[in-house]
Ligand binder design. Structure first.
Ligand code: EZ4
Ligand code: CO
Length: 401
C-alpha cells in the first residue's frame, strides 16, 4: 500500500480550519488537523508546496520514519508552521493505521488507562453574578472542572469573556485591539475566585488562564493570593520562552502551573518539565508535531510528575479533539482535557463519533480516529481572513495577548 494522494482543505464553517486528507492506493483515507489560528494559509502553503509532493508513493504504515523524514529532512527544524504541517501528516497516518488494524487509535497506543477523559469547560461572565450562573450551568451538566474568567470593571474588553455562545477570539482581518491593566486585574481576581469557591465548595476543580500577561513576580503574587481557593491550575502566567521565570514563581507559591498551548516541540518545554517547574503540560496534537511527538512530550512529562492538560479551544478542529482523546485515554499521566463545543456548522463539516457524558469525553470506538471531513459541505464555507486580537497598555505599549 502507498500514499496515492493528499489534499489540503481550507474552509471556514464558523471559523477557519485547515485539514489534510491522505488517500492510499487501497482507497483508505486519513485526516489530520493543520489549523494555526490567524496563520492558516502559511501552513496550507507549507503543506501544498513542500510536504504533499514528498508524501506521494510513500508507505503510510511508516509513521515514525515519515515524521523523522519531514522533521530532519527539511533541515529547518521546529516552529509553529512546520510542526503544525508535520502534525497533520502524522495524525492522518495514525488514522489510516487504525483503519488498517480495525482498531480505534487508543488501542494502538497501549489501550485504555481510564474509563473516560475528564474535561473542563469555560465559564465566564460580565459580572461576578453572571460568572456564578455560568459555573452553575456547567455543574448542572455534569462538569467537575471549570475554567473561570471574569470581566474586570475597569477593563473594557477582557480575553476569555464573551457574551457569544461560541467563544471565538479571532475576528477582523486586521487584529482588534484592547487595553490591559495588570493593576486592576491583580486587584480584582482574588475576590472573584473567593466568591466562586464559597458558592461551589471544595469539590469543584477551578482553573484560571492568565494568557501570558504577567511578569514572574506579578504571577508569584497572584499565585499566592489565589492559594486559599485551591486552583487546579493557573495557566500561562508568564510567557514561557524563559523557563527561569517559572522558577521564580515556584519559589513563592504552591498554586499549580500549566503551560504549553503555544509550544511546538518537546524542546519548548523540556527544561520546564525536567526541572519540575510546571504541573501540567498543555501542548496539543495539532501544534506539537502530531500524536507521535506529543506522546514523546507526555512520556517525558510522566518521568517528572507533570500531567497532561491539552489545549482544546474552538480553533483546534474536531480532528485534533478526536486525536487528543485517544492519547488522553491511553497515557498514564493524563490530567485534564480542555473542551469547548464547536459551532454547529463546524460539527457538520467534521462528522465525529466522540461524545460528552457527565463530565467526560469518550473517543469514538470506530477504527482509526473516528472523525472525517465532509469536503462537499466544507466547500460551501470559504476561507475568510481573521486574526487574533492584540492588547496594549494605557500608554499604547504593545502587551502580550
Ligand atoms: O487564546 O485558542 O486556553 N485557551 C486559550 C485560547 C487561545 C486560543 C488561541 O488561538 O487560551 O482561548
Ligand atoms: Co490558554
Amino acid at each position: 500500500m502507498s500514499i496515492a494522494a493528499a489534499r489540503v482543505i481550507v474552509c471556514s464553517p464558523g471559523r477557519n480550519f485547515v485539514t489534510l486528507k491522505i488517500e492510499t492506493s487501497d482507497g483508505l483515507t486519513g485526516v489530520g488537523d493543520a489549523t494555526l489560528n490567524g496563520r492558516e494559509l502559511a501552513v496550507a502553503a507549507y503543506l501544498n508546496e513542500h510536504v504533499v509532493p514528498l508524501l506521494i508513493g510513500r508507505d503510510p504504515a511508516r509513521i515514525e520514519d515519515t515524521w523523522q523524514y519531514l522533521y530532519k529532512g527539511a533541515y529547518w527544524r521546529r516552529g509553529p508552521v512546520t510542526m503544525t504541517a508535520i502534525a497533520a501528516v502524522d495524525t492522518a497516518l495514525w488514522d489510516i493505521k487504525g483503519k488498517v488494524a480495525g482498531l480505534p487509535v487508543y488501542q494502538l497506543l497501549g489501550g485504555r488507562s481510564r474509563s473516560g477523559v475528564s474535561v473542563y469547560g469555560h465559564a465566564n461572565g460580565a459580572t461576578v453574578d453572571d460568572l456564578l450562573s455560568s459555573v452553575a450551568s456547567f455543574v448542572s451538566r455534569g462538569y467537575r472542572a471549570v475554567r473561570v474568567q471574569a470581566a474586570i470593571p475597569e477593563i473594557s474588553e477582557m480575553y476569555g469573556v464573551s457574551a457569544a455562545a461560541i467563544y471565538e477570539p479571532a475576528s477582523a482581518a486586521i487584529p482588534a485591539e484592547s487595553v490591559w491593566s495588570t493593576e486592576h486585574y491583580l486587584a480584582h481576581l482574588p475576590g472573584v475566585l473567593a466568591r466562586v469557591r464559597a458558592e461551589f465548595g471544595p469539590g469543584l476543580r477551578l482553573l484560571h488562564d492568565v494568557h501570558h500577561r504577567l511578569t514572574p513576580i506579578e504571577a508569584a503574587r497572584l499565585g499566592k493570593s489565589l492559594e486559599p481557593y485551591a486552583l487546579t491550575w493557573l495557566e500561562d502566567p508568564v510567557p514561557a520562552e524563559l523557563p527561569d521565570g517559572y522558577r521564580l514563581i515556584r519559589q513563592h507559591t504552591t498554586t499549580p502551573l500549566a503551560v504549553g498551548e503555544v509550544f511546538n516541540s518537546i524542546w519548548d518545554g523540556e527544561r520546564l518539565i525536567r526541572e519540575q517547574l510546571i504541573d501540567y503540560i498543555r501542548a496539543t496534537v495539532v501544534h506539537a508535531g502530531g500524536i507521535t511527538h506529543l506522546r514523546r512530550i507526555f512520556d517525558l512529562a510522566a518521568l517528572h510528575h507533570v500531567r497532561t492538560g491539552s489545549h482544546g479551544a474552538t480553533d483546534l478542529s474536531p480532528i485534533c479533539m478526536s486525536a487528543a482523546l485517544h492519547l488522553d485515554l491511553a497515557v498514564p499521566n493524563f490530567g485534564l482535557q480542555e473542551y469547548m463545543p464547536h459551532a454547529p456548522e463546524t460539527d457538520e463539516v467534521f462528522p465525529h463519533g466522540y461524545r460528552y457524558a457527565d463530565g467526560y469525553l469518550h473517543p469514538s470506538e470506530e477504527p482509526g480516529l473516528g472523525v472525517d471531513i465532509d469536503e462537499a459541505l466544507a466547500a460551501k464555507y470559504p476561507y475568510r481572513p481573521a486574526s487574533l486580537p492584540v492588547s496594549r497598555l494605557a500608554d499604547g505599549t504593545l502587551h502580550d495577548w
